[in-house]
Design a protein around this ligand. Structure first.
Ligand code: NDP
Ligand code: 2IT
Length: 463
């Protein structure tokens, strides 16, 4: 058995009847995708949930749906060359992983981060397939990006990089082909530069990217949607126990787009967020991060592009803990909203021990497989990323429909739609994940997301 498989086996116990089939399948996936550890992790989690459905559906087995769904339809990899402000030439690598188009054009974000590699983007594209299916809209799954690090770069350098990146990517995207958006390191500024270059190269003004500025076709509430949606999902989970977020202490990780709007919605709904983090460390503010402090954080991160540690100097009641993550701060609610695998089994045990009983993932795959097991065993409300953070891409889908119809929806209308979609995702998770009195949202989200895509693949034949 490969070390990768041995490591993944920690989850086998959760799946009695189909454990051998899962292991045999994963052995083949790992052999074909050597070293893509995050992809293996994401595939294992889904296959572990859906194998009983596949085993009991001869048509899925015969059409090799599972074997096909783990293989990207297309991967584009390209050189990106650009010149910095000092005149030095740089070479980066660009990618677009077009994973599955069974239920709509490829859709998913772009990540600019120095650690980006093909395994990371394949995990993200794979997750996106099921997430997009859950939104109830018609979007296939994709992800792309580059190992370019936007940190410390001037606006002009970021612009030149985005232009160089789009100079290749534009051949592979289009409003009914593939519609990229933001992710880590790609926000409104980058989407603007990417859109400008696409328009220059093609001479077309259409909905080829989402997350655009609202003055040139972007949807209202798109920047807010992932964070707001993650809190709405927590509300839905809590409602199953007759509770709400009001009055609860919440830990939030990250301090980027998702974390900021998670904190904003928590405040609107009467909760008390007490932490934020970035890749260098975390801040803990026992008095709570209020609206004024959040506005300061938004200025720090989005305009000055500084480090979260500065918060503790600005607000003396708060403490900065370099190199730490927020999971040992006592809370009832936790919102991992930074990066994959930022919450492991020990963190999960600490959260549960300290009284946390609701976790809603704003980030993609922030909890390790072992951490997920701790949450499931403890029977807490655990909303996995592909369900809990689907609000972002859902509003991207609404942006696509507004662009196609030359329409503009109001904030209230989009927010209302977002709430309806998050409720429907929750209902679908309950439908497929009900386990006695409890709900296994991992199983529910994976099966609900999978069945819609698998059925569409069956109907479209062997392509
Ligand atoms: P941002 O770039 O706005 O923020 C990312 C945050 O994560 C920053 O605080 C960053 O800190 C932190 N971070 C980056 N790398 C690491 C690391 N190795 N360890 C710990 N923290 C790290 O991205 P978003 O807020 O958009 O994305 C956050 C998460 O949400 C990602 O998992 C993303 O895939 C997911 N997501 C985003 C959606 C969206 O619409 N934007 C939609 C759905 C999910 P630093 O500033 O130090 O880099
Ligand atoms: O992970 C995600 O869902 C995103 N980064 C958003 C994708 C999108 O197309 O809006």
């Amino acid at each position: 058995m490969t070390p990768a498989l041995t490591q993944l086996e920690s989850r086998m116990a959760s799946n009695g009847g189909t454990a051998t089939a899962v292991r045999d399948f994963m052995e083949k996936v790992i052999a074909r995708t050597h070293g893509e550890l995050e992809f293996h992790q994401a595939v294992w989690e889904v296959v572990d949930s859906v194998m009983p459905v596949v085993e009991s559906t001869p048509a899925y087995r015969q059409a090799k749906i599972l074997e096909r769904i783990v293989e990207p339809e297309r991967v584009v990899m390209f050189r990106v060359t650009w010149v910095d402000d000092g005149g030095e030439v740089h070479v980066n690598r660009g990618y677009r992983v077009q994973m599955n188009s069974a239920i709509g054009p490829y859709k998913g974000g772009l990540r600019f981060h120095p650690n980006v590699n093909i395994g990371m983007l394949k995990f993200l594209a794979f997750e996106q397939v099921f997430k997009n299916s859950l939104t109830t809209l018609y979007m296939g799954g994709a992800k792309g990006g580059s190992d370019f690090d936007p940190k410390g770069k001037s606006d002009n350098e970021v612009m030149r990089f985005c232009q160089a990146f789009m100079t290749e990517l534009y051949r592979h995207i289009g409003p009914d082909v593939d519609v990229p958006a933001g992710d880590v390191g790609v926000g409104g500024r980058e989407i603007g530069y990417l859109f400008g270059q696409y328009k220059k190269l093609t001479g077309r003004f259409h909905g080829v990217l989402t997350g655009k500025g609202t003055n040139y076709g972007g949807s209202l509430i798109r920047p807010e949607a992932t964070g707001y949606g993650s809190v709405y999902f927590a509300q839905e989970m809590l409602a199953t126990r007759g509770e709400s977020v009001e009055g609860k202490v919440a830990t939030v990780s990250g301090s980027g787009n998702v974390a900021q709007y998670t904190v904003e919605k928590l405040l609107q709904l009467g909760a008390k967020p007490v932490t934020l983090s970035d890749s260098a460390g975390m801040i803990h503010d026992p008095d709570g991060i209020d609206r004024e402090k959040l506005a300061w954080v938004m200025q720090l991160k989005n305009v000055r592009r500084g480090r979260i540690g500065e918060y503790a100097k600005q607000f003396p009641g708060a403490e900065y803990l370099p190199g730490r993550r927020p999971w040992d701060v006592p809370c009832q609610l936790a919102f991992p909203s930074a990066f994959q695998n930022e919450l492991d089994a020990e963190d999960a045990r600490t959260l549960v021990k300290n009284g946390c009983y609701c976790v809603s993932e704003g980030a993609n795959m922030p909890t390790t497989l072992e951490g997920i097991n701790v949450f499931l065993d403890a029977g807490i409300l655990y909303g996995p990323g592909k369900a809990a953070n689907a609000g972002g891409v859902a509003v991207s889908g609404l942006e696509m429909s507004q662009n196609a119809g030359c329409l503009r929806r109001s904030s209230q209308d989009v927010d209302q739609q977002l709430q309806v979609i998050m409720r429907s995702i929750h209902e679908n998770c309950v439908r497929y994940g009900q386990n006695g009195k409890a709900v296994n949202y991992v199983k529910g989200a994976n099966i609900a997301g999978f069945v819609k895509v698998a059925d569409a693949m069956l109907q479209q034949g062997v392509v």
